[in-house]
Each structure stands twice: as structure tokens, then as C-alpha cells.
Ligand binder design. Structure first.
Ligand SMILES: C[S@@+](CC[C@H](N)C(=O)[O-])C[C@H]1O[C@@H](n2cnc3c(N)ncnc32)[C@H](O)[C@@H]1O
Length: 262
């Protein structure tokens, strides 16, 4: 079945994209690089970094001595002098860059793309023998994310924003809140071996990256959130809470799944 093209929700041309990439890097790079480090020495290995965003992981791979190709639908935040090659590439409509890859990594990408199952099979087929596919995705189906809030109604305001974003606004752009939990099975079905999943989450106080990511979400998707019924007053309140250190939230669970080609 051919699915209609859905428009990616957080286009890199938006001014909020710079904050988004900084927050994602601060939140997740430590975990991602620890996972990539389990693959062994990366020097000399051919690495494909898909949906590379701000390029922090492509840069880290290059600093390990890997030969890195970083791709994105919109490459405007990828420096061209950071030790890796940059390619504008649409993972949905274009064939994969030619070649066999020792490591293919994509973080927070396939969850946005309705064609995710078919793309995963293509990625598995592009691995060199022994190569690793590393997919990292938010699972946004888990609730009770507020750990402590400064005042009455603050937790409910955050919950309302988050429910609206992940259940209504993002799915209208092709996002699947439950995809993260299916990646492991999809890799097994694609014939990959030694499939392994690690799940990561932690607390983020207002003013830190995991909270400020929500301020970037609201800045970029305010029109969609309003169309889904949220008021400017609620969105302004949640934005302010994301800078208030008395407000502490748990981030989405990150499923990091690695599978290897036999
Ligand atoms: C949520 S950001 C994640 C960026 C980076 N992977 C990270 O985790 O920090 C998703 C990225 O995927 C890119 N993207 C969206 N749709 C794409 C597509 N069809 N092909 C390639 N990249 C795409 C976006 O432009 C954006 O840079």
C-alpha cells in the first residue's frame, strides 16, 4: 500500500529548529555515543547518519575516525567543515546513498515517517556483512511525566499540552507514538541478528534541555496546538514552566535498538 506523503512537523527552516537540535544534543548525545561505543572501534568504518539534524552525532562519529556521510531532508544546520560529508536526501522518496555501510544510525527520524517499516527493511539491506543498524526513537505513549510542579494546575496544564501534541498534532504529520516499541520486532523480521534494545529516560528540571525541548515544540507547533483546541494562555503557561526550575518532568522514553546483519 502506498501511503500519502506526510509533512515533517519540525522543519529545519523554522527559527525554533536551532533550539531543538541543541536540546536534543544535550539530552541524548551521551546516551547515543555510549550505545555507538558498544559497536567497537569506529575508526575507518563507513557510517551513514540519517536525519542528522544539527550534526552532533555525525561530528562525534567523525572524531572517532569513522568515514561519515550525514544526510537530511534539510541540511541547513549541518556544517560542511566538520570532518564528514553532507548530503541533502529524502529518505522517503529517494534511494539510499549507494554503498554498503558498517553503521547506519538514525535518531528520532523513523517515528516521523509513515513509511517506517519499508524504510527499516531498506536500511537492513544496505548494511555490510556484520554491519549494525542503530535506531533511537521516543516512545510517547507513557504518561504521568510531571515529577513535581510549582503550583496547582501546572501538572494538568503540561499533561494537556503533551497529550495534544503527541496524540493529535504529531500523528497528523505522520508520527507514530508507539513505533519505538515495535522497532525490535521489525529488526528481527528484517532478518537482523543479535537485536538488542536499551531504554533511557531521566528527570529534567525547567531550564534544562529536556524541558526546553517542549518550549521549542510549542514555538514551532503553536498553530497546530491551537487548532487542536489549546489556548494561548495554556501554551504561554507551559512555556514559562519549562524555564522554571521548580517544575521537573520526565522525558519521553528513548528506545535504542541495535541489530546486525549476519
Ligand atoms: C527530530 S529531528 C532529529 C535530528 C537528529 N537525528 C537528532 O536526534 O538530534 C529529525 C530530523 O530528520 C530530518 N528529516 C525529516 N524527514 C526526513 C526525510 N524524509 N528524509 C531525511 N531526513 C528527514 C529532519 O529535517 C530533522 O533534521
Amino acid at each position: 500500500m502506498t501511503l500519502p506523503a506526510a509533512r515533517y512537523a519540525f522543519d529545519n527552516d523554522d527559527p525554533a529548529a536551532i533550539d531543538r537540535h541543541r536540546c536534543l544534543s544535550d539530552m541524548l548525545d551521551g546516551h547515543t555515543t555510549a550505545r555507538l561505543s558498544t559497536l567497537g572501534a569506529l575508526a575507518g568504518r563507513r557510517c551513514l547518519e540519517l536525519g542528522a539534524g544539527g550534526g552532533s552525532i555525525a561530528g562525534w562519529l567523525a572524531r572517532q575516525g569513522a568515514h561519515v556521510l550525514a544526510t537530511d531532508l534539510n541540511v541547513r544546520h549541518l556544517p560542511t567543515d566538520a570532518g564528514y560529508r553532507v548530503l541533502r536526501h529524502d529518505l522517503v522518496t529517494e534511494p539510499l546513498p549507494p554503498g554498503e555501510w558498517d553503521v547506519i544510525h538514525a535518531r528520532l527520524l523513523l517515528l516521523h515517517l509513515p513509511q517506517r517499516e519499508e524504510i527499516l527493511r531498506r536500511l537492513a539491506g544496505a548494511l555490510a556483512p556484520g554491519g549494525a543498524l542503530v535506531l533511537e526513537e521516543f516512545a510517547t505513549t507513557f504518561r504521568n511525566a510531571v515529577l513535581v510542579a510549582p503550583g496547582p494546575g501546572d501538572a494538568a496544564a503540561y499533561d494537556r499540552y503533551l497529550d495534544t501534541l503527541v496524540e493529535r498534532v504529531l500523528p497528523a504529520h505522520g508520527n507514530d507514538p508507539a513505533w519505538a516499541r515495535r522497532v525490535h520486532a521489525a529488526m528481527v523480521e528484517a532478518g537482523l541478528a543479535d537485536v538488542d534494545t536499551e531504554v533511557f529516560a531521566r528527570s529534567w528540571a525547567g531550564g534544562t534541555a529536556g524541558a526546553l525541548l517542549n518550549a521549542a515544540n510549542i514555538a514551532q507547533q503553536r498553530a497546530g496546538l491551537r487548532a487542536a483546541g489549546l489556548t494561548d494562555a495554556l501554551l504561554d503557561r507551559v512555556t514559562a514552566l519549562m524555564s522554571d526550575p521548580r517544575m521537573v518532568i520526565r522525558s519521553h522514553l528513548v528506545y535504542s535498538t541495535i541489530g546486525r546483519r549476519r
